[in-house]
Design a protein around this ligand. Structure first.
Ligand code: ZN
Ligand code: ZN
Length: 225
């Protein structure tokens, strides 16, 4: 049951053609994982053990808190905090709980870990589709954006592919990234010019949210409202 939760058909990710397809994939995986943890996984002791052991990053704790699913969140916290009590606050200086406490337990996150694994697999599936299916190549080219972190991840994945296939994939990924970066550069430049007194009352064109879009492009995360 649980692994199928993170299997999303590539077509489903690319069909909406809005924004960066991999940003969409990331938030789909994130939603599924968080809903699962605060839902069905409450009945799965093995998942509870894993979340106790790995903990959560700041982003994912905040996301779960925002769900306003108060009782499941509190039960999750209760289990995690009790685990930490046992693991970190007992034993002598030479025992393993103390050694463990010296390491940063907050460097791992159950949600990030699940997303990374699924993401990697789906990105590989994307390249297989790209190689085999001309319709998918056309759909890929029609995407609105490709953000920088996902461009870099895609390029790293393409670098492991046979040279023959990689050439077309690099070209397509670069074209999509350029489609985002070129107008963004133009808009940020226009935005700065609007602060010149000679342009007072002028047309902002598409530049009003240029800073926010630049932030999203660089981080793959929309700015917090
Ligand atoms: Zn992205
Ligand atoms: Zn995380």
């Amino acid at each position: 049951m649980e692994p199928s939760l993170y299997t999303i058909p590539v077509q489903e990710i690319f069909e909406p053609m809005e924004g960066c397809p991999f940003c969409r994939l990331h938030s789909m995986l994130e939603d599924r994982c968080v809903d699962y943890i605060l839902g069905a996984a409450m009945m799965e002791p093995s998942i509870r053990q894993e979340t106790n052991r790995m903990g959560f990053c700041n982003d994912h704790l905040s996301l779960m808190l925002q769900r306003n699913n108060k009782l499941p969140f509190a039960l999750l916290m209760q289990s995690h905090l009790e685990h930490l009590q046992k693991e970190l606050l007992s034993g002598s200086i030479f025992s393993s709980p103390v050694k463990k406490a010296a390491k940063s337990a907050e460097q791992t996150c159950y949600v990030c870990n699940r997303i990374d694994k699924a993401f990697d697999q789906i990105m590989s599936n994307t390249l297989v589709m790209f190689e085999r299916d001309a319709d998918f190549r056309a759909l890929f080219a029609k995407q609105e954006h490709l953000c920088l972190p996902h461009y870099r991840m895609l390029m790293a994945k393409i670098a492991t592919r046979p040279k023959k296939e990689a050439a077309a994939e690099i070209k397509a990924a670069q074209a999509l990234c350029k489609k985002t970066l070129d107008p963004l550069c133009e808009d940020v430049t226009h935005f700065t010019k609007m602060f010149d007194y000679r342009n007072r009352g002028g047309d902002w064109k598409n530049s009003r949210d240029a800073n926010e879009r630049a932030t999203w492009f660089l981080t793959a995360k929309p700015p917090r409202g």
